[in-house]
Design a protein around this ligand. Structure first.
Ligand code: ANZ
Ligand code: ZN
Length: 831
């Protein structure tokens, strides 16, 4: 018998699969859309960490094929953006040429793994035929007023020489190059993502969404919904309200607060250094010079530094300006302080030092009054007169030790005293609304998407500026607006993109009046093309539409999406935003794009560090495949540990996998057609089928593979092997190691691909000993237990549990708020 030679058989099957196009049977009634986050074709090529997610989707894709699904499993290139451009500048090669080269390398590398990609659907975000539609979506947003120009200060990276979105920062540093960003006022294009904030948040809880909780939480925090209120404080300058009114100066200061109930404890107000009022009331501010100096200094601090609780608070009083608390008409001082951020809420706060830690620190430093107005719940049980306690609060209870942000009962709050915080917030907001000086308000941390970059390598923004008509969208028939070929593509640093230097390109006729116009020279950010690419795979050659209606209905939503966790608050947020917009204009039929989302744990270098050229710990998959074969590396990456965990690479592990496959290879020489009954083996086989099936569905590839290893050990102990056993075993193995599986399958006498087969089913009778005790809890307390079949589904367990007498009694009339189900362990009803 010939030795197992992966090089030969892998090349053979990859060729066969490509020729026969076995993955392209899209006619089955059931569909499965498996998507990978498409790669950025960098100059360095793939390292062994990149394919981990791709292997997983490939395993699932093949598994789904065997289960009778038409599987869409495409691949493409996310090739616009800074890294490609920086690489090009460093290597003195045009980005377009660099991208072409890099894609070639990537494609060759991916080809070695034997993935089921349908390359007919390959897309490239830098292809004009593709970005035509990226521009089209922008135009639609422009038409709907969701894309607009703004002059607000934005985050600017002095090293990359471009404006950035909030999502492009990491702790206040440019995510690309680690340089500290600065605030820069400049013209820019913005997408009104905040209009979608509530839907982006609420739809995360849609039932059909099967996303990892950690990613959902990250996104929820990023969107950052706060329920609060707006209060307008009137502004008094030089002792009179009228003086501002006459001069048409701002006469109201709006603050956003989540704790309206504390307003009687407000002893001063604060605006952030970015607040427009400072500039507008410049002549009224007596110490304007000092204020201006403070404002300039604040520009060099990151938001993180500014809001850090440990850092000492600083600020300057705006002398000559006072504000009036509408609830008690107290006149209060107004400060500028950088712990208040310009772009959150209204950029101004009412300070309540007794109940807010930052205000407290600030008040201590500047000797401002601290007035207690909430008595925390835990103190309410002390049977004493509330007002007494409050009066003595400062001596009796140290202010610092009080719970800063907690609800309780109001004291010292006029007619609102004695109300609970919650009740008071309601009443106070209603009063504000009645008086038309504020009211309830929901606020989001998320901001609109700063969408223009002053760089070359991106989609041109399809806008023409005309002196007469203003900003005019390029007509649809003139799309794509192609990126001109240029010699020089380095950033200008002037705030204009490099495209501004290309006069022939910039000068264009105004589509509305035919007069002279100028093209927009900013380009789109790296995240534009990836915000909708999953739709183009569905219908990649459609010239009339971004995606055809029938095709869209057939394939959407994406059933499985696998990629890095670092995209939780960027790509995944942007893509959901665009998808919702496309839903609103009738291009797509689903509210959410990605049904199941799984994040892939990183593969670190053998030294446990991030795999990177810098550490010299990069492992190239080509070499591993050359040495051990693609099936071995596929198996190893799925076996190395729980899929979502970060794990260090270990080449010895690949060697182990290769040995396992050597043993699998030997099986086929000892098979006989005869079939005798070996009940134990039969039972183990059916248990293995069950385990592998369930484990693949739930991304527990490592335990699926160990079950297969255990089964192989048993097989090897048999004196004679039977075709049925071996066939079933090979089928179970095939999604992981498709090449060797095909080869053995062929040797077993089959003339059709193993991937036309049906996935094995287990016989429940054979494994019926698997009964377990399921614990039933109510509000976390054990109340009963029942015997059920192992692997019982949540729905069935719920039904069974709710049918138990004891449980019926405990639940009574209460409604079930939530069910927590731990497979084969417990079911907990929260009532
Ligand atoms: C008065 C108050 C009293 C507040 C109290 C808190 C506790 P979240 O929950 O994150 O939305 N705030 C409002 N705008 C701000 C800004 N631009 N920069 C810094 N802080 C700002 O936080 C809302 C609370 O943060 C608001 O409620 C406001 O302080 C502050 F005992 O108002 B609060
Ligand atoms: Zn940068």
């Amino acid at each position: 018998m010939k030795k197992y030679n992966p090089k030969l058989i892998e090349r053979k099957w990859q060729k066969k699969w490509a020729e026969s196009g076995i993955y392209k049977d899209y006619s089955k009634p059931k569909k499965f859309y498996a998507l990978d986050m498409f790669p950025y074709p960098s100059g360095a090529g793939l390292h062994v960490g990149h394919p981990k997610g791709y292997i997983a989707t490939d395993v699932v894709s093949r598994f789904k094929m065997l289960n009778g699904f038409s599987v869409l499993h495409p691949m493409g290139w996310d090739a616009f953006g800074l890294p490609a451009e920086n690489y090009a500048i460093q290597n003195k090669i045009h980005p377009e040429a660099a991208v072409k080269e890099n894609i070639k390398t990537f494609k060759k590398q991916l080809g070695l793994f034997g993935f089921t990609y349908d390359w007919d659907r390959e897309i490239n975000t830098t292809d004009p035929e593709y970005y035509k539609w990226t521009q089209w979506i922008f135009l639609k947003m422009f038409e709907k007023g969701l894309a607009f120009e703004s002059d607000e200060p934005i985050n600017w990276c002095p090293s990359c020489q471009t404006g950035l979105a909030l999502e492009d920062l990491e702790n206040g540093l440019c995510e690309r190059c680690g340089t500290q960003v600065v605030q820069k006022k400049m013209r820019q294009w913005v997408l009104k993502m905040t209009d979608y904030a509530d839907r982006l948040l609420e739809d995360l809880d849609r039932e059909e969404l099967d996303w990892e909780k950690s990613i959902v939480d990250q996104q929820k925090n990023w969107i950052g919904r706060s329920e609060g209120a707006i209060v307008k404080f009137s502004i008094v300058t030089n002792g009179s309200l009228a003086s501002t009114m006459e001069a048409k100066l701002p006469n109201m200061l709006e603050v956003f607060t989540t704790r309206l109930d504390t307003i009687f404890g407000c002893t001063y107000c604060v605006v952030g250094p970015e607040h427009p009022i400072i500039e507008k009331l410049k002549d009224q501010i007596k110490n304007y010079k000092e204020v201006e100096k403070y404002v300039i200094k604040a520009q060099n601090k990151t938001d993180l530094e500014r809001t850090d609780l440990q850092k000492e608070k600083t600020g300057v009083e705006l002398q000559g300006i006072r504000v009036t608390n509408p609830f008690n008409n107290e006149e209060l001082p107004l400060f500028v302080a950088d712990y208040v951020l310009g772009h959150y809420g209204t950029g101004a706060v009412m300070a309540v030092p007794a109940h807010d830690e930052r205000d407290f620190e600030f008040a201590k430093k500047y000797k401002l009054p601290i007035k207690k107005v909430i008595l925390p719940e835990e103190l309410l049980n002390i049977p004493r007169n509330l007002e007494d306690i409050a009066a003595g609060a400062r001596t009796e209870l140290r202010v610092e030790s009080d719970c800063f942000i907690c609800d309780g009962k109001l004291v010292n709050s006029g007619k609102y005293s004695d109300l609970t915080s919650e009740k008071a917030r309601e009443k106070m907001a209603a009063w504000l609304e009645k008086k038309k000086i504020g009211g309830k308000k929901v606020n989001y941390k998320m901001r609109d998407w700063v969408f223009s970059r002053q760089r070359y390598w991106g989609e041109p923004i399809p806008i023409i500026h005309c002196e007469k008509c203003g900003t005019v969208g390029v007509p649809e028939k003139d799309l794509p607006v192609e990126l001109p070929k240029v010699e020089k593509y380095e950033p200008t640093g002037t705030g204009e993109g490099p495209l501004a230097n290309i006069k022939e390109w910039v000068n264009a006729e105004c589509p509305q009046c035919g007069g002279p116009g100028k093209r927009e020279t900013n380009t789109m950010p790296q995240w534009a093309g990836s915000s909708w690419y999953y739709l183009r795979y569905i219908d990649p050659k459609n010239e009339k539409e971004l995606v055809g209606k029938t095709e869209e209905k057939k394939w959407m939503p994406v059933d499985l999406y696998v990629g890095g966790a670092e995209h939780a608050t960027r790509h995944l947020l942007y893509a959901r935003f665009w998808h919702k917009f496309l839903y609103d204009i009738g291009v797509v039929s689903t509210k959410e794009p990605f049904k199941k989302l799984v994040h892939v744990g990183l593969i670190q270098g053998e030294d446990g560090r991030k795999m990177s050229k810098r550490w010299g710990n990069v492992i190239n998959p080509d070499e591993v495949i050359f040495e051990y074969g693609a099936d071995s590396i596929r198996l190893y990456e799925m076996f190395m540990g729980p899929f979502m965990q970060n794990i260090a690479w270990n080449t010895k592990g690949v060697v182990g996998m290769r040995r396992f496959l050597d043993k699998v290879w030997k099986l086929k020489s000892v098979i006989s057609e005869q079939r005798s009954v070996n009940n134990n083996l039969e039972i183990l086989l059916h248990k293995t089928i069950k385990k592998v099936t369930e484990d693949i569905e739930s991304f527990r590839f490592n335990t699926a593979i160990s079950a297969l290893m255990i089964f192989l050990n048993e097989l090897e102990k048999q004196e004679r092997l039977f075709t049925v056993h071996c066939s079933l075993f090979i089928k179970l193995l095939s999604p992981f190691v498709p090449h060797i599986a095909e080869e053995i399958w062929e040797k077993l006498g089959h003339d059709k691909s193993i991937f036309f087969e049906k996935w094995p089913e287990y016989d429940p009778k054979l494994i019926k000993d698997e009964q377990i005790m399921l614990v039933i809890q109510i509000n976390g307390k054990v109340r009963d237990q029942i015997e059920v079949a192992s692997g019982v589904k949540e729905k069935d367990a719920k039904e069974l549990a709710l049918a138990q007498d004891k449980i019926v009694k405990y639940i009574g009339d209460s409604s079930i708020k939530k069910i927590i189900f731990v497979r084969d362990r417990l079911i907990n009803f929260v009532i």
